[in-house]
Design a protein around this ligand. Structure first.
Ligand SMILES: [Fe+2]
Length: 196
């Protein structure tokens, strides 16, 4: 059986059951305080959040901290409370898509309304790449369109179960949430970790 570290290396994501997110995050790097995520109507959500834009509808493929100057390498999600079956979808872009993303420049608008132009793929120098994608705050001006990326079927679908922990390499893998019904309890806790 592969260790979770090997799985992260091989696939860019791993599922662990009944282990505290903080224990895993602290092995990966510098850890953020956890944040609880719950589906919200656009009216109840912070305007800047995904819920503020998409409400209970499906979220688009994205990376977290897409226009941040220091986005987290690792995103950990763990189930806190669930009422109905629900899941998170993951997308590992195939080489063709990556090539398209390398040609893609995004027009980003930050919270203060400042506009900048940023590449959708940032080379990290050691052969690794960092993806940047979030149609809510940065939209393509060259290369791939939002619809082209949105049309990709998930590489994986992680079904939420009590105690389940999902670890995602936020530099390699995009993620999204399906639409949820108003009554569905879907309380997850998110923790970030930055490489040391
Ligand atoms: Fe996200």
């Amino acid at each position: 059986m592969m260790s979770w570290r090997d799985e992260l290396e091989a696939h860019g994501w791993a599922v662990l059951d009944h282990i505290a997110a903080h224990d895993v995050a602290s092995k990966l790097g510098q850890v953020s305080p956890p944040m609880r995520l719950e589906p919200k109507d656009t009216d109840d959500a912070r305007p800047w959040s995904l819920s503020g834009v998409y409400g209970l509808g499906a979220f688009p493929w994205h990376t977290d901290g897409a226009i941040s100057s220091n986005p987290p390498r690792w995103m950990l999600l763990q189930t806190i409370e669930l009422s109905d079956p629900t899941w998170t979808e993951l997308l590992a872009p195939v080489p063709d898509t990556l090539a398209g993303l390398r040609r893609t420049t995004l027009r980003a608008v930050d919270r203060a309304g400042r506009v900048s132009y940023l590449p959708a793929v940032v080379p990290l120098g050691d052969g690794r790449l960092r993806l940047r994608w979030d149609p809510r705050i940065c939209t393509p001006r060259t290369g791939l369109t939002v619809d082209e990326v949105e049309g990709h079927v998930p590489t994986a679908r992680v079904e939420w179960q009590p105690g389940r922990l999902l670890v995602v390499d936020n530099f390699r893998i995009m993620h999204r949430r399906p639409a949820v019904h108003g009554q569905t309890k879907r309380l997850l806790e998110r923790t970030y970790a930055w490489d040391r």
